[in-house]
Design a protein around this ligand. Sequence first.
Ligand SMILES: [Zn+2]
Length: 217
Amino acid sequence: MGLGREILRVFGWYSRGALPDAEVPEPRPTRVLEPVGPASETPSARGAFANHEPLPTETDVAMMRRALELAREAAGMGEVPVGAVVYETATGRVLAEGFNRRESDRDPTAHAELLAMREACRVKGDWRLDDCTVVVTLEPCPMCAGVIVNARVGRLVFGASDPRAGACGSLMSLTNDGRLNHRVVPVAGVLAEECGAVLRAFFASLRRSDRPAKPRG
Ligand SMILES: [Zn+2]
């Protein structure tokens, strides 16, 4: 089984026709709701943020554009195109960037946002990312959502929702579970159409060529 087929097998949610191209991943428009402020943090049965979804800032959108560039770079290496940026929320300073390197590194944990979070921690010299924003083109999986909780990430911004593996609202909400010791309400759907299009184009090209999209020489 060649690499291309392997990728298609692993990402069967794109390849098996269970979901037509047009539906995968479903872009999720950013809802326009009243901004989250101190007044909204009155405890309720479902938690302070139950009815409030935070809005993206201009910096978030700019960082998502950079994450998209990184995703395209990954695609050029035959990697499923997901890109991520971690920046200091208050200053907008980029601490780390990453893209999916699972094939290149032969590492199931080499997801874009996880690599970026590790690097950001190294740069900060701290395992806590409470003053940081993680921006990623695809909704984080359970593994990455777990790291987001464990690193106490202050803000999470993602692009396309992932109906097959998303753990930040699609299949589950690990990042917003009151039973865990940290919560971050994701800013979802930022440039979702573009983020999803990069993934769709990648898998469409794999299907067309039906040959391995070989990473590097
Ligand atoms: Zn992940």
